[in-house]
Design a protein around this ligand. Structure first.
Ligand code: ADP
Ligand code: MG
Length: 281
């Protein structure tokens, strides 16, 4: 038996029904899942499959019709102080950054700390965290003076302001172009590694999911599949193995070795890498 507290998140048989009297929508239908501290997990699935509903229940923004969620062993149905939970245990990042338009980047990051830290400490922490997301030179800009990617990085800094163990992100790259989306995922990954923050990232985008360690796939209010993702190198090799070049390499064509000007040893290493990358998919 694993102790509850081993898991950062444990959801048991979560159900969320909207509406009633014949017009019921079962947004979540018996979802159970667990996330360990330090994980970077993504949740994929078509629109309407229940991803946001699940995230909102984990973040105590909504309550289940049935079932239970524990975060750090705390049953969210019995939270003594919901405000404190929202301020200190979870940070949220949304698709639309939700920054306050009349506040600078630094002031936006200070907002979640109001009431918890004195002004001087808020300012110091905001500057520290904005530097961490590479916005040291943009602290006094208003949101409309920043690019979409920069605004989203301010939203990341705001989510991390009180140093929560868990950050929930709902389609954080949904409004970004490919490059800005990839940069944002790099940032989340590096914060995951350097700060130990656990991330649950809802996304439509397989390229985003590929940058996480585990993918939960939802359909019709249920988790229907779970995939473990290898390291980026493994994933690239897996793809490469099935490419024309990968297949030629594996077939042992010696002319190719000459053409690529590889030594026999290098050729052997390449073949081994490609063979070991066969994830069976
Ligand atoms: P996703 O984030 O995967 O697109 P959602 O969790 O937002 O899906 O929604 C799941 C289902 O619940 C959808 O059918 C949606 O229309 C419905 N739903 C979500 N929020 C509400 C609400 N506040 N009232 C009624 N129905 C809702
Ligand atoms: Mg959604």
């Amino acid at each position: 038996m694993v102790e509850e507290s081993t898991w950062l998140i444990e959801a048991r048989n979560l159900t969320r029904v909207y509406g009633g009297d014949g017009a019921e929508i079962r947004a979540l239908d018996g979802v159970s899942m667990k996330v360990a501290p330090g994980e970077l997990v993504s949740v994929m699935g078509p629109s309407g499959s229940g991803k946001s509903t699940l995230l909102n229940l984990i973040g105590a923004l909504d309550q289940p019709t049935d079932g239970e969620v524990f975060v750090r062993g705390q049953n969210l149905a019995h939270l003594a102080n919901v405000d404190s939970f929202r301020a200190h245990t979870v940070g949220f990042i949304f698709q639309l950054h939700n920054l306050l338009p009349t506040l600078t980047a630094r002031e936006n990051v200070e907002v979640p700390m109001v009431g918890y830290r004195i002004s001087r400490d808020r300012r110091r922490r905001a500057e520290e965290i904005l530097s961490l997301v590479s916005l040291a030179d943009r602290m006094d800009h208003l949101p409309n003076q920043l690019s979409g990617g920069q605004r989203q990085r301010v939203a990341v800094a705001r989510a991390l302001a009180n140093n929560p163990p868990l950050v929930l992100a709902d389609e954080p790259t949904g409004n970004l172009d490919t490059t800005a989306g990839r940069d944002l995922m790099r940032l989340l990954k590096s914060l995951n590694e350097s700060q130990g923050t656990t991330f649950v990232v809802v996304t439509h985008d397989p390229a985003v999911a590929r940058r996480t360690n585990r993918v939960l796939v939802m359909a019709d209010g249920k988790i229907v599949r779970e995939d473990l993702i290898g390291s980026p190198l493994e994933e690239d090799l897996k793809m490469w193995r099935h490419s024309e070049l990968g297949e030629i390499l594996l077939s042992g064509d010696d002319n190719l070795q000459e053409r690529l000007e590889l030594s026999p040893d290098q050729m052997t290493v390449l073949r081994r890498l490609l063979e070991s990358a066969d994830g069976g998919d």
